[in-house]
Design a protein around this ligand. Structure first.
Ligand code: URA
Length: 252
């Protein structure tokens, strides 16, 4: 994508002014982004240490069987209020996997993640870094909508975790992007604020999938002034992804 096109997309996101001021003429590869800190250098408090879990029954399922299992799931009470489950969408072999919190009203109606107003902004954010929805994989911590869009409960996330873990295994992404505080805290089992989780590479799960964190587009719709930070996060993700592609270490 040309710089002019990218700037046009950024204008649509409302972050063009920042880009022009802070990235004068510099090619994207030389953009200064926050340095990666070693996760061990900044320990994050773990509220409830999880004991080792037995392998979830879905751990060996293929895509079709996993989708079928999710579609009839009744592990928690959200199955009683959902219209349908919201599995995930995108390329099953994507390099980037975005993980949000839970379906909202529009997603519950259409059965696809991130298709409401926040989803449209996420799609625009992807475009800003030259990606289409079908180039990445998009899923949520929860596969069912919590009534009234309340935050996911710990037990709901725990019931859904095996499904998400299997999705990650099947996609085998180079990079996971946690979309928003709730997703990041759930995935990393931390209550650290988003500001402390951004700008560094975390190791997700026993397989240590590289994970970076960014703002939730719903938050960006409420606080458009923060879009410039989300743009920084995407540049950081791109830089980390480039390092991974070149076989350079991104984790300690
Ligand atoms: N918010 C999310 O976290 N996920 C969706 O799919 C939609 C809104």
């Amino acid at each position: 994508m040309t710089d002019a096109r990218r700037l046009a997309y950024l204008e649509a996101l409302g972050v063009d002014v920042y880009v022009r001021r802070s990235l004068p003429q510099a090619p994207a590869a030389t953009v200064s982004v926050p340095a990666i800190e070693r996760p061990v250098a900044t320990p994050t408090p773990i509220p409830t240490p999880m004991p080792p879990r037995p392998l979830a029954p879905e751990a060996a399922l293929d895509w079709e069987a996993l989708r079928a299992a999710v579609s009839v799931c009744t592990r928690c009470a959200l199955s009683e209020t959902r219209t349908q489950t919201v599995f995930g969408v995108g390329s099953p072999g994507a390099r980037w996997m975005f993980i949000g919190e839970a379906p909202g009203a529009e997603e519950d109606k259409r059965g696809e993640p991130f298709v409401g107003r926040a989803g449209q902004l996420l799609t625009a954010m992807l475009k800003a870094v030259g990606l289409r929805r079908e180039d990445v994989y998009i899923a949520n911590v929860l596969k069912c909508r919590p009534p009234g869009n309340r935050d996911p409960r710990a037990e709901e996330a725990a019931h859904c975790r095996g499904y998400l873990e299997r999705q990650i295994e099947l996609v085998a992404p180079a990079l996971v992007i946690a979309v928003g505080r709730i997703a990041a805290q759930n995935l990393l089992a931390t209550d650290a604020p988003l500001a402390r989780l951004r700008g560094r590479v975390h190791a997700l799960g026993p397989r240590a999938w590289p994970l970076v964190v960014t703002y939730h587009p719903a938050y960006l719709l409420r606080s458009p002034g923060e879009k410039r930070k989300a743009w920084q996060d995407l540049l950081f993700a791109r830089q980390v992804s480039g390092r991974i592609e070149r076989g350079e270490p991104v984790l300690p």
